[in-house]
Design a protein around this ligand. Structure first.
Ligand code: GLP
Length: 244
């Protein structure tokens, strides 16, 4: 794994955008899984700028999301799918046929998750999974204590995650109690993983990453033995710790 520390969230966004644009340039039909949350917003802005400047052409790429709130359809502005369309797909001019999102409002959640996995397999697997990092070490919605061998599925969300992800909601109490999440095996099978670490309250999770060994308390550590793992972190993550 390679860890790159950058000064701030803006530099992180630029580095991540260069990484993604290079990958798509080398493989225009790349299959890419995308995170939601605050961390990737800068990356998505940079990709839109790169597209406008002619330095990024995603018209053959395929996109998947990592997770979604149960009960939320893509048409709902509080859904992660809606977030991705607003901040990335629409500004980039991505077509609906390039995108397969987890549908949180599906009547049969497990059938939806199984079909999602089949679509990824039919695309030849993921070329890249871009991940954010939760304060409790979760990736996608794989919370502490989750089964590292489980595929895409419905999971209960912790209070910490519901509170942290309440920005799309008027009241944290409105945040759904459950989510659909890509499983850790699917993420681990991606040919490359880009982990972006930005934001406050993540120093404990980042220290678990830097210890470099699997720890069931910290789901992010399930990816540490991946042969092509790139981590970009901004220094605000560990302001009090010179190790970071
Ligand atoms: C959320 C999402 C993740 C996201 C992570 C970090 O709960 N399920 O996909 O990457 O937590 O979020 P943020 O970037 O807002 O800190």
């Amino acid at each position: 794994m390679t860890v790159t520390w950058v000064e701030d969230a803006n530099t992180l966004a630029i580095r991540a955008a260069v990484y993604l644009a290079d990958l798509v340039s080398a493989k225009p039909e790349a299959a890419i899984a995308l995170p939601t949350g605050a961390t990737p917003l800068g990356l998505y802005r940079q990709l839109v700028l790169a597209r406008q400047a002619g330095g990024f052409d995603p018209h053959r790429a395929k996109f998947f999301n990592l997770d979604e709130f149960v009960g939320k359809s893509v048409a709902d502005p509080q859904s992660y799918g809606g977030f991705l369309w607003r901040h990335l797909f629409e500004p980039l001019g991505i077509r609906a046929d390039q995108v397969r999102l987890l549908h949180g409002a599906a009547a049969d959640a497990q059938a939806e998750c199984d079909d999602f996995e089949k679509t990824i397999a039919a695309a030849g697997g993921l070329d890249l999974a871009i991940l954010g990092l939760g304060r409790n070490g979760h990736v996608a919605f794989n919370e502490p204590g989750s089964d590292w061998t489980a595929g895409t599925r419905c999971v209960a969300l912790t209070e910490m995650t519901r509170t942290a992800q309440s920005t799309l909601y008027r009241d944290p109490a409105e945040v759904p109690l459950a989510g659909l999440t890509m499983g850790l095996p699917t993420i681990r099978q991606a040919r490359a993983i880009l982990l972006l670490v930005s934001g406050t309250g993540k120093s404990d999770a980042m220290r678990a990453v830097l210890r470099g060994r699997p720890d069931p308390l910290w789901p992010v550590t399930a990816i540490l033995d991946h042969p092509n793992l790139t981590i970009i972190a901004d220094r605000a993550v560990c302001p009090e710790d010179s190790v970071c």
